[in-house]
Design a protein around this ligand. Structure first.
Ligand code: 5GP
Length: 191
């Protein structure tokens, strides 16, 4: 039997990556789908671990070769996508796949795998909170901060299309709620 797919989507800066990392530490049967992207690595990010970092040309070549389950130009000229090879690599090991993808990517994955996926929307408590988190992260300049905040407003409009909305108000509470969601989902037998 193939494994399941756990999709986490949220506006950038909602704390989704922290929640995903926590779940990967808690559940050995979960494995992270390493996306490809065309942005440069941030400090501390490792190629092949956080992302497969590609040039725009390499990324487009892989689109043409049908290597992606889904891909999006998340920000102008910044491409992100899920590789088929990641899903197969993880399923072949008998594990469940965890995705950290943007909102459109998350809904596309859910549509592709309606019977074996759970799509979770991580909701920031407020726009102000989101802004503060992005500033604290220190990874954005003024222009890219404004871009991410504008996009966040649009993305929150899609929350109701997800299977579950997880409000990230207090990180410890969100961790516990996320653990419960995963436990319930992976114990359901699909056979
Ligand atoms: P960041 O640059 O902050 O790492 O990611 C920007 C956005 O791209 C985040 O919302 C992240 O979840 C999303 N993203 C990462 N990988 C993928 C992917 O494979 N597909 C899609 N559609 N979005 C992705």
């Amino acid at each position: 039997m193939d494994g399941k797919l756990l999709i986490f989507s949220a506006p950038s800066g909602s704390g989704k990556t922290t929640i995903v990392k926590h779940l990967l530490d808690c559940f050995p049967e979960l494995e992270f789908s390493v996306s490809a992207c065309s942005r440069p690595p941030r400090k501390g990010e490792v190629n092949g671990v956080d992302y497969h970092f590609l040039t725009v040309e390499e990324f487009k070549k892989r689109i043409a070769g049908n290597e992606f389950v889904e891909w999006e130009e998340v920000y102008p000229n910044l491409f992100y996508g899920t590789l088929w090879s990641e899903i197969h690599r993880i399923w072949n090991k008998g594990n469940h796949v965890v995705f950290d993808v943007d909102v459109k990517g998350g809904l596309n994955l859910k549509k592709k795998f309606p019977d074996c996926s759970l799509a979770v929307f991580v909701m920031p408590p407020s726009m102000e909170d989101l802004k503060q988190r992005l500033i604290k992260r220190g990874s954005e300049d003024d222009e890219s901060l404004a871009l991410r905040l504008n996009k966040a407003k649009e993305e929150i409009g899609y929350a109701s299309q997800f299977d579950v909305v997880l409000i990230n108000n207090q990180v410890e509470k969100a961790f516990m709620e996320a653990e419960r969601i995963v436990r319930d989902f992976i114990k359901i037998d699909q056979t």
